[in-house]
Write a protein that binds this ligand. Structure first.
Ligand code: KIV
Length: 276
């Protein structure tokens, strides 16, 4: 069942069961008000490590810490009632060993209330995914452009063109066989995304992939036009909140300088007790 009409948050198995049926709607969130705004509309809300770039001004996701993820995860949790919450494992918190991954996944879930974790990597992370799933940690995988590996991938390039497509298909198969309940496909050719979607048993969630994926995810600040430092081709701006916000701030500054704000309706008289 899609987000509309649902009363409780879906479980990883409910998301898995959406393969090939209703498209899975997903966005990132980092704060309570944003999570509240999307709760009735999204199946899955991702506390992405993109928070580092979007809210903290970091140049990449590499500097994101467990503490940042936990703080934002707790904020998002407070805004959700109906959507499933997935939280990113930050760079350096899971790659060393399955045991390290379990320790940090346990902390992320216990301290934020997330229903699952997401980690980047394909075949090389299959053993870790298997280890986590066997110990009660639902995992969403992330292959294709994996931003935490931007230094070894040569930047934010499209992944899986030509022969490399077979490698990404093997990665998708490996994470599915290891027990991941869904896989994010980031910045891969449309034809490859369609092939992976057709050949792999778990839902594919596309970002810069294909409308044929089982679901889509975007960074919420990108699609609302709040993050404007750069705009990847795969981002569609559904609003211009950044521009609108700056115009509103300029209007406020002008009114303060002209002493036209606050107006009589915003100030308190001497006698009657007033609320607000
Ligand atoms: O961190 C993030 O926002 C993500 C999504 C873009 C998939 O991983």
């Amino acid at each position: 069942m899609s987000a509309t009409g649902r009363k409780t948050a879906p479980l990883p198995d409910d998301i898995r069961a959406m393969k090939g049926s209703d498209p899975i709607v997903s966005l990132t969130a980092y704060t309570t008000p944003m999570a509240r705004m999307m709760d009735a509309h999204c199946d899955l809300v991702l506390v992405g490590d993109s928070v580092g770039m979007v809210l903290h001004g970091l140049p990449s996701t590499l500097g994101v810490t467990m503490e940042m993820m936990i703080l934002h995860g707790q904020a998002v949790r407070r805004g959700l009632e109906r959507a499933m919450m997935v939280i990113d494992m930050p760079f350096g918190s899971y790659e060393e060993s399955p045991e390290q991954a379990f320790r940090n996944a346990r902390r992320l879930m216990a301290e934020t209330g997330a229903g699952a974790v997401k980690l980047e990597g394909g075949t090389e992370m299959a053993e870790t995914i298997r280890f986590l799933v066997a110990r009660g940690v639902p995992v969403m995988a992330h292959i294709g452009l994996t931003p935490q590996s931007m230094n070894t991938l040569g930047g934010y390039k499209v992944q899986g063109r030509g022969q490399a497509g077979d490698g990404l298909l093997s990665d998708a198969r490996a994470v599915a066989a290891a027990g991941a309940f869904a896989v994010v496909l980031e910045k891969v050719p449309q034809s490859l995304a369609d092939r992976i979607t057709a050949e792999v048993a778990i839902p594919t969630i596309g970002i810069g992939a294909s409308a044929g994926c089982d679901g889509q995810v975007l960074v919420v600040d990108d699609m609302l036009g709040l993050f404007t430092a750069f705009k990847p081709k795969f981002v569609k701006r559904f609003a211009t909140l950044g521009e609108d916000g700056e115009a509103a701030i300029a209007a406020y500054a002008a009114e303060v300088r002209a002493r036209s704000f606050p107006g009589p309706e915003h100030v308190f008289g001497d006698d009657a007790p007033e609320r607000g």
